[in-house]
Design a protein around this ligand. Structure first.
Ligand SMILES: C[S@@+](CC[C@H](N)C(=O)[O-])C[C@H]1O[C@@H](n2cnc3c(N)ncnc32)[C@H](O)[C@@H]1O
Length: 219
């Protein structure tokens, strides 16, 4: 079993090497995911090795665990990919989840699973999102926020209502590639737009890679 997982991880690492580059563009990342979706992304990134979606769902449940919240909260899963995070959130009982995903082939996989209420085919870029201020109670970013420029991090905050929650789980081992994330979150904290509720490093992000778990409240 361990050998099988290690082989899977080695295959995934080949894809990681393609997008873990300091100067990669948003379009290049999306092209990689479109290609990956067509050659067995879901089989490679199965739940026995890809633990990030479950960590997101566990983390959100720690903050919003009541039945009432699970029924009521409107969640946007950013960088929804093939829908794995949406599935984990649904398993916990969260009911209203939209998915935002730029790679059409990944989004098609999510649609096959019938996970989200609304499917938004766009990327987080340096442009305004076509989403109104404060309409979500929660946004989740499962293994995706490392791709965001500063404006994208700010947009993620803008669309969450005051009192709402942002859950970001990224790859602790690859944090040197997450150039804009940490600095922009710090600026938003200094501007009193968000406050950090929780930060921890957890096992099980992807095989032996660890998760950088961040939870913020929007002020
Ligand atoms: C590792 S996958 C994670 C997918 C899903 N969140 C999960 O946990 O299974 C990263 C996803 O982020 C998406 N992505 C990459 N750049 C993005 C951007 N600028 N805005 C939104 N999503 C992006 C990719 O297309 C890909 O589907």
């Amino acid at each position: 079993m361990e050998d099988k997982l290690q082989r899977k991880f080695d295959d995934i690492t080949e894809w990681q090497k393609r997008y873990c580059k300091q100067d990669i563009t948003c379009d290049e990342v999306i092209d990689i995911y479109n290609e990956w979706a067509g050659v067995g992304y879901d089989e490679m990134m199965s739940s026995e090795i890809w633990g990030c979606p479950k960590i997101v769902a566990d983390t959100l449940e720690e903050v919003h665990g009541s039945d009432d919240e699970k029924i009521r909260l409107k969640i946007l899963d950013i960088g929804a990919g093939s829908g794995q995070c949406g599935i984990e959130l649904k398993k916990k009982g969260f009911q209203h989840i939209d998915g935002l995903e730029p790679a059409e082939s990944m989004l098609a996989k999510a649609k096959e699973k019938n996970v989200y209420e609304t499917y938004i085919n766009t990327a987080m870029t340096d442009k305004d999102l076509d989403i109104n201020d404060g309409i979500y109670d929660v946004v989740t970013a499962s293994g995706v926020a490392g791709y965001f420029c500063s404006k994208a991090v700010r947009e993620m905050t803008r669309i969450v209502k005051s009192g709402g929650t942002i859950v970001i789980i990224s790859n602790y081992e690859q944090r040197e590639f997450h150039g804009n994330l940490e600095g922009t979150l710090k600026s938003l904290e200094n501007e009193h737009k968000i406050v950090l509720l929780k930060r921890e490093v957890k096992e099980g992000y992807l095989h032996k890679q660890r998760a950088d778990v961040m939870v913020f409240k929007v002020l």
